[in-house]
Design a protein around this ligand. Structure first.
Ligand code: ZN
Length: 212
């Protein structure tokens, strides 16, 4: 199935041009953030069902080439199942595409502490951050370093790094840090507004302005 077929299917299945919204974004993201290393031809499913993990916004099954966006994002209307908030939906889609990149390009090796606390996740979000968040986070995805103390190796927090929680909640966490002018991101802002900047969304509506 090619991209226009995915888009058309989603436009038919959901309401309000949701297929255009999610697949145009996915197409640009795959090209600009991931240098075309992953394909936007992915089944993206919107559902009003509850996530298996209560707090989770989305889910990614790399083997099935499927991403699911769960009920925190979607509502059932006479138009069909539509996003509650387009920007929020796309922030989650960006997160899930990083999982795809983590699996399809970086080999999918995740740490024993889960898919967000490992080198492959840090590498995936480092790759996508300039385009998605408008910042370069290369070199600050190392929450801990170790040192030797009385002959034993101890783990110590690395204050220059983003924390595990911040790295887990990419990209929302990064937008927040930029807003707060966090010192760890000093001199790391890249040229051009990040693609999911609030100003790219028309105030008071759900329409994502294309071609930005
Ligand atoms: Zn995740």
């Amino acid at each position: 199935m090619n991209l226009s077929a995915y888009k058309e299917a989603a436009n038919l299945f959901y309401g309000l041009g949701t297929g255009d919204l999610i697949y145009d974004f996915a197409q640009n993201m795959c090209r600009e953030a991931f240098d075309g290393a992953i394909s936007p031809e992915v089944r993206i499913i919107l559902t009003t069902a509850q996530s298996a993990y209560n707090q989770s916004y989305g889910w990614c099954w790399p083997e099935q080439n499927t991403i699911e966006l769960v009920r925190q994002h979607c509502k059932s209307t006479s138009e069909g199942i539509v996003p509650r908030d387009n920007r929020s939906l796309l922030l989650t889609l960006a997160h899930e595409f990083c999982h795809l990149y983590q699996h399809q390009v970086l080999g999918g090796k995740v740490g024993s502490r889960g898919p967000h606390r490992c080198r492959s996740w840090y590498d995936a979000i480092t790759k996508a951050s300039p385009y998605i968040c408008g910042v370069d986070i290369e070199g600050i995805c190392k929450p801990f370093s170790s040192k030797r103390e009385n002959g034993a190796v101890v783990k110590i927090e690395n204050p220059a790094s983003l924390t595990e929680v911040e790295l887990t909640h990419w990209p929302r966490s990064i937008y927040k840090l930029v807003e707060d002018k966090d010192s760890r991101l000093k001199d790391r802002i890249v040229d051009g507004a990040p693609v999911l900047a609030k100003k790219n969304f028309i105030a008071g509506s759900n329409i994502f302005q294309k071609n930005l």
